[in-house]
Write a protein that binds this ligand. Sequence first.
Ligand SMILES: Cc1ncc(COP(=O)(O)O)c(C=O)c1O
Length: 398
Amino acid sequence: MTDSNTSTGYIKVAKRLSDIPPYLFQRIDDMKSEARATGLDLISLGIGDPDLPTPPELVDELYEQSKLNANQKYPNFKGIPEFRKAVADFYNRRFGVELDPVDEVLALIGSKEGIANLALSVLDPEDIVIVPDPSYPVYAMLSVFAGCRKFVVPLKEENGFLIDWSAIPDDIARQTKLVWMNYPNNPTSAVAPIEFFDEAVQWAKKWGVILAHDNPYSEIYQQDDPPPSLLSAKGAKEVGVEFNSLSKSFNMTGWRIGMVVGNRDVVQALARVKSNIDSGVFVPIQKVAVKALNMPAAHGEELRKIYAGRRKACENALEEAGYEVYHGKGTFYLWAKTPKGMKSFDFVSKLIMKTGIVVGPGSGWGEQGEGYFRICLTRDEQSLADAVKVIAENFPAK
Ligand SMILES: Cc1ncc(COP(=O)(O)O)c(C=O)c1O
């Protein structure tokens, strides 16, 4: 009998897979299984998946919409007109950005899907793609899939984790096709002011580069201080697109719905690629998204209040224990320095195996993340404070 876990030796998978390290959370999952096997109860603060439920009125809407026979068919590739209009209206209300719902908005099966397929849509082998470090690993991986060269730009704490455009050599800029940006930023929690995006647009126009801004945390910010969209910058639509998602803003990570908006050439190129790969987002989910995007402002305010309380509780507990914390203004992540002398992965693996508490190792988001760890604020204030207490007792900061 063949052991299904053993390679038979007949199959040769694509060479490009050898350039891809295992997905960060896969490695953490393996450690979690080991820890569980030793009898530890796990406290997961590692993956950016909100503990809060999807608003019940949205769940009810899914049920109602699913009952309709017309909604059970193949969806249209680009997203139903109602969804694209709701996205355009949302961008107008929230950012003052005008979008043509017909060809400047496209529905995605979560923003990750669009980010991945963008590589096939606009990149040719050997193009240079600029990827920030640290950053969401999918940007770099998909450049590898597309056969591109990547140029890594460090995000430094002393720079507010912003890209320093002046540090990109002219020779690299000349060969660059695409730049990835993400603010509010995962993993650092930094936000970018409009001046940063203005500079990005000027730089992109000078060098003929596409700007791809990933903005799934657009609604998770410090109350009364909403961060801008890339598209809020003057002329941004001439060079840029923005990815957004309902995953984090409406506690809908499992539902898989997002959008790309902005430059019509890029949006349409992505639509062409996608029409050959997937068959769109289930119509009832798009209808739910319309309802979500039109929810009263109170929903977002409540969400921000909850995360602000958690951030404060967690920051206070860490700082009382002597940990160095970056005071970010967006996302539901907290970015902090590992205990003195401990490397990120070493700290995280020992933490999991000793306490069952799971946090993200900074180096999982790139070399510049070395020496940091990321806590997801996806537990209530008390649980976060308790978890930090256990971390500090077992791993003193100094
Ligand atoms: C920076 C960033 N971009 C994109 C995604 C993917 O989100 P979605 O659920 O919309 O695919 C995530 C998820 O954690 C993320 O952190």
